[in-house]
Design a protein around this ligand. Structure first.
Ligand code: NOJ
Length: 570
């Protein structure tokens, strides 16, 4: 595809815009012969299949200019650490100009860098050094909404006949003046904001400072595709696309039905079933449009942020005719009950739903969800690390999980998260999982020399990269060993998956590639349990969550210590 002449590329894109408008499924051209429309011919060693993604929340990774907020130069200075972990790609949460109403998920310019984070030159230097280390860089793309300070929205709200009016979703109120429908914002309250100047409401699925774009408008699609191209041309290796399933709403904007199971201790958004406000069937052509833009370039990855049940999630892989995301994010580990039977069922269920050409992926945490160590405790966080890094499918790690970072208490006066400010006290504050990375034992954990934007964990004196690096049995060194094993053993990175056992406290499975067979045994409980290798096999422990294995050679039946996980080779 890259060989295509610029002019041909544009005419292909324009043709497909036309087809989309006409409701016709665009047929995909063959790309460069290695990658076909469905991804079915993609070699198993495509980087995003065998690689590991490491998410950085840029405000909290490393501050380089003493303003208490992380930045691009800070990330650059920590690249040796990241490369040393052995991961293959960094995904950086939004770095674009933003008033920060939702900490970067409210973008005021898709083709720039927020001054708090640095400059475009800083970005170019960073990506150069990322690539020089053999790493890939994934950016966040936030296409569902802009900031209300984006120039497009300023135009759109200026008058009803402004050429950009239809770039956003404007509607009259009902005859009694109330909002056009009952849709609720993800951060609470009506999703419609009255605009005095033009006497209409605009729709915002999140904050009122985040008006939703109208993706049914071809000019919006073209502008957003160009924003993707801007970064792809700068060498970006892929995108994690924010709330991708939200892009297409019911064209008639029908009311959402109430959820009969709603309890008031849940966020207000949960009081309605989100059947009309997102995930309309037209979404697949939109996702395909982005995929096609990425396929103008070599080996780029499209990751979709999607919170949907597995049978709907997998539809975002698309079809051979209309390929979608390479990796629709699979968040099931975040919500799973942490028991062997529940995990076993969940893994098998996910595997069985995957389309033939769909490559799996697993996520343990992110900037929106309670940290894994806070959810299941430090002991099981090690087991979770082993699970994440030995399952079949691309793993995504969240910065700081590798040192066991846990939820940090945020005093009311320090709260930053707009969701917590809108719906306080429900337990959905996202600040506790966004606190500064803990590098060393110096003030502010080596994150900054100034007071950070969120408090540093009081545990940082012991729980920091420097201290844990020197401790052979630390969670950090466990992560390093697991990652090294995944890189070394193709059975782990691209091998097949077979469940062996998922009862009581034991979860075990086998990974196989060609002649290599590895088995993983995880004790999800706090007492010793017995584990058995299949048939009459015996094996060698290559990693234990304890650091040192009890014994390197294991007989057919062996004991797992409390909370112990082991990877065993035949
Ligand atoms: C999902 C992002 O991960 C979250 O942080 C953000 O608040 C919403 N999308 C809105 O962009």
């Amino acid at each position: 595809m890259q060989a295509l002449h610029e002019r041909d590329r544009w005419s292909a894109a324009q043709r497909d815009e036309q087809l989309l408008v006409l409701g016709v499924t665009p047929k995909l051209a063959k790309t460069d012969g290695r990658i076909n429309a469905s991804g079915a011919c993609m070699p198993q060693n495509t980087w995003w299949k065998h690689g590991i993604v490491y998410q950085i929340y840029p405000r909290s990774f490393q501050d380089s200019n003493a303003d208490g907020i992380g930045d691009l130069e800070g990330i650059r200075r920590r690249l040796d650490y990241i490369a040393g972990l052995g991961v293959n790609a960094v995904w950086i949460s939004p770095i674009f100009p933003s008033p920060m109403a939702d900490f970067g998920y409210d973008i005021a310019d898709y083709c720039g860098v927020e001054p708090i984070f640095g400059t475009l030159e800083d970005f170019d230097r960073l990506i150069g050094e990322v690539h020089a280390r053999g790493l890939k860089m994934i950016l966040d793309f936030v296409p569902n909404h802009t900031s209300d300070r984006h120039a497009w929205f300023a135009e759109s709200r200026a008058s009803r006949d402004n050429p950009k009016r239809d770039w956003y979703i404007w509607r009259d109120g009902k005859p009694d003046g109330s909002p056009p429908n009952n849709w609720i914002s993800n951060f609470g309250g009506s999703a419609w904001q009255w605009d005095e100047t033009t006497g209409q409401y605009y729709y915002h699925a999140f904050l009122k400072e985040q008006p939703d774009l109208n993706w049914r408008n071809p000019e919006v699609r073209a502008a957003m595709h160009d924003a993707l191209r801007f970064w792809l041309k700068r060498g970006v290796d892929g995108f994690r696309v924010d709330v991708i399933w939200h892009l297409m709403k019911d064209p008639e904007l029908r009311d959402n039905p109430p959820d009969p199971n709603y309890k008031p201790d849940r966020p207000e958004i949960d009081s309605l079933l989100q059947v009309h406000s997102n995930g309309h069937d037209d979404i697949y052509a939109i996702v395909n449009g982005m995929r096609r833009v990425l396929e103008e370039f070599d080996e780029r990855v499209l990751i979709g942020e999607i919170y949907l049940p597995v049978e709907r999630l997998v539809t975002y892989y698309g079809t051979e005719e209309l390929p979608g995301a390479h990796l629709p994010f699979n968040f099931q580990l975040i919500f799973a009950s942490w028991t062997a039977p529940a995990l076993a069922r969940m893994i098998e269920d996910y595997e069985s739903h995957l389309p033939d050409s769909g490559w799996p992926n697993w996520v343990l945490g992110n900037h929106d969800q309670k940290r894994i160590a806070a959810r299941i405790g430090q002991n099981q966080a090690r087991v979770a690390a082993m699970l994440l890094l030995t399952l079949r499918g691309t793993p995504t790690m969240y910065y700081g999980d590798e040192i066991g970072m846990t939820s940090v208490d945020i005093p009311p006066e320090a709260v930053q998260d707009p969701w917590e400010k809108n719906e306080p006290g429900l337990g959905f504050n996202r600040d506790p999982q966004r606190t500064p990375m803990q590098w060393d034992d110096t003030s502010y954990a080596g994150f900054s020399t100034a007071k950070p934007w969120l408090p540093v964990s009081p545990l940082y004196h012991e729980q920091n990269v420097e201290a844990l690096s020197g401790d052979g049995s630390s969670i950090l060194n466990l992560y390093r060993k697991l990652i090294a094993s995944r890189r070394k053993h193709r059975a782990l990175s691209i091998g097949s998956f077979k469940l062996l056992h998922g009862e009581g406290n034991l979860l075990s499975y086998e990974r196989q590639h060609e002649n290599e067979r590895l088995m993983v045994f995880l004790n999800l409980g706090e007492t010793e349990i017995e584990a058995r290798l299949p048939e009459n096999r015996t094996g060698t422990v290559i990693v234990s969550t304890y650091g040192e294995p009890q014994a390197e050679q294991v007989p057919n039946t062996f004991t797992l210590r409390p909370h112990e996980g082991v990877v065993v080779s035949e």
